[in-house]
Design a binder for this molecule. Structure first.
Ligand code: ZN
Length: 160
């Protein structure tokens, strides 16, 4: 087996828990070690420095799932909207009269229905053209994490 591939496999085996957080932490650890080593020189061993870095990284964890910010707006429009990346959100406009904002009142008067229904009703699965609506409940980082974990599974299959 070629040396490069053997090294790669070695690295991947080291990272047995491969998800986006572990990978980012690993990269952070490597970069901090490299930069601090330049700064501190021989006054500290790599092992000591790595221990300190890992302690710090463990002390300040970060998460990929952000808490959904559900600001309550008084008289908020009750229509559902499609937010960024096909997310399912409630219209953030103020309701004019009744339950809906100007834009959604217009939508109802022109089409007799709301494009995506009310926020408190089940979301529609298909649109008026019969196409599936690709609602997404994950954020970009979670999607990257999913891809990494699938790649890791494929890699494990190749190694074993
Ligand atoms: Zn609205």
């Amino acid at each position: 087996m070629n040396v490069k591939i053997r090294n790669l496999i070695f690295v991947y085996r080291l990272i047995n828990k491969m998800d986006i957080i572990s990978l980012l932490n690993h990269k952070l650890e490597q970069e901090l070690l490299y930069e601090l080593k330049e700064e501190l020189g021989e006054s500290i061993t790599d092992e000591e420095l790595t221990t300190i870095i890992r302690d710090k990284i463990d002390k300040y964890p970060f998460y990929i799932k952000k808490a959904k910010d559900t600001k309550i707006i008084e008289n908020q429009c009750c229509a559902r909207c499609m937010g960024p990346r096909y997310s399912d959100i409630r219209c953030s406009n103020k309701a004019q009269e009744g339950d809906y904002c100007k834009k959604h009142m217009k939508q109802i008067s022109e089409n007799d229905h709301l494009k995506f229904g009310r926020y408190d009703e089940p979301r529609p699965i298909i649109n008026e053209n019969g196409n599936k609506i690709p609602w997404r409940d994950t954020n970009a980082l979670e999607d990257i994490d999913t891809i990494i974990q699938y790649q890791h599974m494929n890699l494990q299959k190749l190694i074993n």
